[in-house]
Design a protein around this ligand. Structure first.
Ligand code: GRF
Length: 215
């Protein structure tokens, strides 16, 4: 059983998808703790409802980023966390933390990286005229929304999409993508080599995804 720690700042719908996945029998990971930097994060309630230790470590209680990250690190160690999953965690992590947890720290981002890093990804995809967007699960490096890609899921962008309709479609994909990526890691199937990941035993499908649909 891989022990994971989930870092959140808000709603926690991805946390919920991880809680549900870990609750299924035979899933190779368990959530050792959930940490939020915000006391009001709704995701904390999901953790408490599932009897998972839910901690608040507010960045406001620390003099600087290193002190805040040292507190995060200590809490993760205390709960014997082996892999950290960022799930809507809205603090930038320093190179000290990302190196300390190198290849043991993952994030989900709501675009097909390297397209649209940062915030407002759905509006950016709409404004750009992208016909496909999606989500990316990746190992975290010091550079924001950057690092070896573990898995991506693509969804179509429809002409009538708004930020709301598109984010809902992507979020649905996120809720499948994050548990899938976690399972791959927990099953020891993900290797990082020269900043790319290699996943073992993947059935090959070379079918293209069309948006708009193929005629
Ligand atoms: C998700 O869209 C995730 O991709 C991004 O932040 C959002 C968090 O949503 N990193 P939730 O808190 O998991 O509902």
């Amino acid at each position: 059983m891989l022990k994971i720690g989930v870092l959140i700042s808000g709603r926690g719908s991805n946390l919920q998808s991880l809680i549900a996945a870990c609750a299924a029998s035979g899933f190779p990971a368990q959530i050792a703790c959930v940490i939020s930097n915000k006391a009001e994060a709704r995701g904390l309630d999901h953790a408490r409802a599932a009897n998972i230790p839910a901690l608040v470590i507010s960045h406001r209680d620390y003099a600087d980023r290193p002190a805040f990250e040292a507190a995060l690190d200590a809490a993760l160690a205390q709960h014997q966390v082996q892999l950290v999953c960022l799930a809507g965690f809205m603090r930038i992590l320093t190179a000290w933390f990302t190196e300390r947890w190198r290849d043991r720290l993952i994030n989900i981002h709501p675009s097909l990286l390297p397209a649209f890093p940062g915030l407002d990804t759905h509006q950016k995809a709409i404004d750009y005229g992208s016909k496909l967007t999606g989500c990316t699960v990746h190992f975290v490096r010091a550079e924001m929304d950057h690092g070896p890609i573990i898995l991506q899921a693509a969804v179509p962008v429809f002409p009538e999409d708004t930020e709301e309709t598109l984010s809902a479609r992507v979020l649905k994909a996120e809720h499948k993508a994050y548990p899938t990526a976690l399972r791959l890691i927990a099953d020891n199937r993900v290797n990082v080599f020269e900043e790319r990941t290699f996943i073992s035993d993947v059935p090959a499908s070379d079918e293209a995804l069309f948006s708009p649909p193929k005629l």
